[in-house]
Design a protein around this ligand. Structure first.
Ligand code: FAD
Length: 530
């Protein structure tokens, strides 16, 4: 331990006091075998990679990348930065799969911790008291313990070996557990199970003082709730216990179209209401504005054998709304499932000729966006700037929002999908750090643009950012009660407004768990030291 400390401190001393000579040691890779087996990288390629993310708009290089192999590597790194006190400007960012949009996983001139290199001794599965039961009680539920740097796609494959699966997902699975739990993790299952942060039983956290703490609702509950949706501000998630349920093998995947927004939202809300809660297992929706193309469809492509694809439906210039549903099943239950699907479709008010239905495996359904990722990558359209805007819009204002945003602001867009679906606030734990509108039903609206054109053209970054600004200004001016998801602000005043009544407790939690504001500087909420 002493040799690690000396090596590390001397390294940090060089880094902080002699920035100018740092480049002379950039080729060295720094071994920490004495502690947990991890190592630091200082080479140009590692630093450049640590300054990249999916958003492709902000690139701030760290001065070192730590590749941990154990929790103690992470704890020691943070503890030493903590011990350097407030006069050091060194910060630390956990980097999951770097699918952030505005540099949130970057640490300008700090240390980036490459979470994917954290090796825990495998994923540990607990089968639960009765893994066949559909019980909603979490106490006897099966679960899996995973590293905070684990990708959700790997968890899916591992748990399926035991006939089990996590209950709540994101649309795209090549994201890490720590990355999505720091936001919320929302997809079409959230109406029933809540977001991913509502499906975690226990966490292991390294706080901003380098302490390793286990927490759950009942043990260190304040830290547990702080970290969930906490934007990486209170600690680094090194292990998470994820609740599981029995896995289906197949999915009926359905899309129907609406030209009437009121009918569309009424049906979505009916399907997430408690009386129809078991009708479908996944409920989402998207807007089809004007033209369509690969960019608009990237997040989910139907099996090409399908005669027609819903998202290529000729809209003749009209704005259409696509309700997307999934029903999970096992082949032996097919007759019952067909009846159920027919029954629930019968009371919906979609355009009758627009029922698109296909059957795919459970893995194909959950990993659907990856297929599109591969297509976009092959055309050089994946690594482009992504000026995404994700919003939570209260149900009471969704019509006003749609009228102006889809009717006036996004009229020409063909830059990417526009998601819209409701969730139930009662499935979100208000003690977590995430901020949502103050209504039982609110909509997730994801305007997922790719900037592929000239910077000033309609497909360019400036144009898209201008549209995003107009949308935010409209919501603000008209007090729509909209909250940003995956939020991004430039000033603390804006953060304060975002958190609203939660700001004081957010500050208080920060002062307890990361008093020097060492963690996640890329969120730009706090400056070291507060
Ligand atoms: P990173 O970008 O690496 O990190 C995000 C933030 O979390 C940073 O501040 C980082 O410092 C912090 N962090 C990372 N790991 C840890 C850790 N172990 N402990 C503490 N803090 C940590 N989101 C949804 O909710 N639903 C979706 O359907 C969805 N689909 C998406 C599809 C695509 C193609 C993309 C690019 C993003 C999507 N997202 C979605 C957003 C995604 O959930 C977030 O961007 C998430 O942060 C990405 O995870 P990551 O592992 O890449 O995190």
């Amino acid at each position: 331990l002493r040799s690690f400390t000396i090596l590390f401190l001397s390294c940090v001393t060089i880094i902080t006091r002699f920035d100018w000579c740092f480049s002379s040691i950039t080729t060295s890779s720094f071994s920490l075998n004495a502690v947990g087996g991890g190592h630091f990288s200082f080479d140009e390629t590692s630093l450049r990679n640590a300054a990249k993310d999916f958003g492709n708009r902000f690139q701030y290089q760290p001065i070192a990348v730590m590749n941990p192999e154990s929790v103690s590597d992470i704890a020691n790194t943070i503890k030493h930065v903590w011990l350097m006190g407030p006069t050091s400007h060194l910060t630390v960012a956990a980097r999951g799969h770097a699918h952030s949009l505005q540099g949130q996983a970057q640490a300008p001139n700090g240390i980036v911790i490459n979470m994917e290199s954290l090796k825990l001794p495998g994923m540990h599965l607990h089968l639960g008291a009765d893994s066949d039961s559909d019980s909603d009680s979490d106490s006897d539920s099966p679960y899996v313990d995973v590293s905070g740097g684990e990708l959700w796609i790997n968890i899916l494959h591992e748990t399926l070996r035991f006939g089990l699966t996590p209950r709540s997902w994101t649309d795209y699975l090549h994201l890490t557990v720590g990355g999505t739990l720091s936001n919320a993790g929302v997809s079409g299952q959230a109406f029933r199970h809540g977001p991913q942060i509502s499906n975690v039983q226990q966490l292991e956290i390294v706080t901003g003082t380098g302490q390793v703490v286990n927490c759950s609702k009942d043990e260190n509950g304040e830290l547990f709730h702080s970290v969930l949706g906490g934007l990486g501000q209170f600690g680094i998630i090194t292990r998470a216990r994820i609740l599981l349920e029995p896995a289906p093998t197949m999915v009926k995947w359905i899309r129907v179209l609406y030209s009437d927004f009121t009918a569309f939202t009424r049906d979505q809300e009916k399907l997430i209401s408690s009386e129809n809660n078991n009708a479908f297992d996944y409920i989402e929706g998207f807007v089809i504005i004007n033209r369509t193309g690969l960019l608009n469809n990237w997040r989910s492509t139907f099996n090409p054998q399908d005669p027609i694809q819903a998202n290529q439906f000729k809209s003749d210039g009209r704005t259409l709304f696509c309700l997307e549903l999934a029903k999970y099943f096992n082949p032996q239950d097919i007759d019952f499932v067909n009846e159920e699907v027919e029954k629930h479709l019968s009371y919906l008010h979609y355009i009758e000729s627009t029922l698109f239905l296909t059957e795919v495996t459970y893995v194909e359904f959950l990993d659907r966006v990856h297929v599109s990722e591969l297509k976009l990558r092959s055309k050089g359209l994946w690594d482009v700037p992504h000026p995404w805007l994700n919003l939570f819009v209260p149900r009471s204002n969704i019509h006003k929002f749609a009228e102006v945003v889809f009717g006036n602001i996004l009229t020409e867009t063909s830059n990417g999908p526009v998601l819209i679906y409701p969730v139930n606030k009662s499935k979100w734990d208000n003690r977590s750090s995430v901020v949502t509108p103050d209504e039982e039903v609110f909509y997730l609206v994801g305007i997922l643009a790719s900037a592929v054109g000239d910077s000033s053209g309609n497909d360019g970054i400036e144009h898209i950012e201008g549209e995003n600004r107009r949308i935010l200004e409209y919501c603000e001016r008209n007090n729509l009660g909209v909250k940003q998801y995956l939020p991004h602000y430039n000033t603390q005043e804006e953060w304060k407004a975002h958190f609203g009544p939660k700001w004081e407790s957010f500050l208080q939690r920060k002062s307890v768990y990361d008093p020097l504001a060492i963690l996640a500087p890329g969120q730009r909420i706090f400056q070291k030291a507060i």
